[in-house]
Design a protein. Structure first.
Length: 74
């Protein structure tokens, strides 16, 4: 849940760098879409090699993030 500074980190839960980057990017896209007045985004995820998550955000153009399993909160 975001705090007043826009951070997506819940107390006691740490996110890895790639997950943080993906969440920050997604948050920015949503805020931009809200300012504009409308938007249509889609998000998909697949598990790749060694448990890595391939996260794709489609928002006019595709943004791909590879998130190692170790970066996920437990």
């Amino acid at each position: 849940m975001p705090d007043d500074l826009g951070n997506h980190q819940s107390s006691g839960i740490g996110y890895g760098a790639q997950l943080r980057e993906a969440l920050d990017h997604l948050c920015g896209l949503v805020v931009d879409g809200l300012k504009h007045g409308f938007f249509d985004y889609s998000i998909s995820c697949e598990v790749g090699n060694k448990g890595r998550r391939q996260l794709v955000i489609r928002a006019g153009k595709n943004h791909k993030f590879t998130i190692p399993e170790d970066d996920l909160p437990r």
